[in-house]
Design a protein around this ligand. Sequence first.
Ligand SMILES: Nc1ncnc2c1ncn2[C@@H]1O[C@H](COP(=O)(O)OP(=O)(O)OP(=O)(O)O)[C@@H](O)[C@H]1O
Length: 247
Amino acid sequence: MLSVKGVEKFYKKGGFFSRERQHVLKNISFECSQGECLGVIGESGSGKSTLGRLILGIEQPDQGEIRFEGANVTGRRARSGSISAVFQDYTSSMNPFFTVEEVIKEPLRLLKMSKQDMHDKIDVLLNQVGLSPSYRPKYPHELSGGEAQRVSLARAVAAEPKLILLDEAVSSLDGSVQLQVLDLLKSLRRIYGMSYIFITHDIQAAAYLCDTVMIIRDGQIEEKVRIEQLKDVQSAYAKKLLQMIIA
Ligand SMILES: Nc1ncnc2c1ncn2[C@@H]1O[C@H](COP(=O)(O)OP(=O)(O)OP(=O)(O)O)[C@@H](O)[C@H]1O
């Protein structure tokens, strides 16, 4: 479904006149099939969010290509309604002047529903993320971190995308709330059958949610393993990451 082939990405380093370039992603190739949850794990600066932006088509690779169901993701049509995203910073990713209802309604407009159907659908979505309809008129600043992230998820699943990219989506929530949102992600996946690309520095969260994890180091894929085989990782770096779970 999602196919990433030979992707290279460079960023300009230094000032405006500098010719120095930083090689941020190096020969990245992988596939994510329908319904799969793929974790992308790596330390800060390893290139995870850059890869996420390329998958969303917000930025373009310098080499290689990213295709979603055969179409290049840089074309709006390939991803419109098919790929959505949830980021870490839920307060800034939501328009502060929009109520919860308006936030969730935005992607639903793509579906050209009647007013009544839209109203009912918002209630269903709120219910699916564990919030009551009384949240409809609330503004983002009136929500806790966990509630805001639930609203972001309701918005992300609203148009029933085939793929949701989650970039550090649970990282800033504290322990028990993080677990609740991870459980919510599991249940939404059961309901909708979409794929997730779960970008995180937290191998523990990835191991809880994902079927497969891909470890990225210095812009390269170090290893890609099924969760059941996580304990058999080969590289020293992956072993070190794994010790962090066991510890
Ligand atoms: N727009 C940009 N312009 C220039 N350099 C950038 C840009 N975006 C990212 N970088 C650099 O690319 C490298 C990879 O950044 P990226 O944000 O993808 O890493 P990450 O693994 O997501 O890190 P973190 O977990 O801290 O978000 C970093 O060295 C960063 O400084």
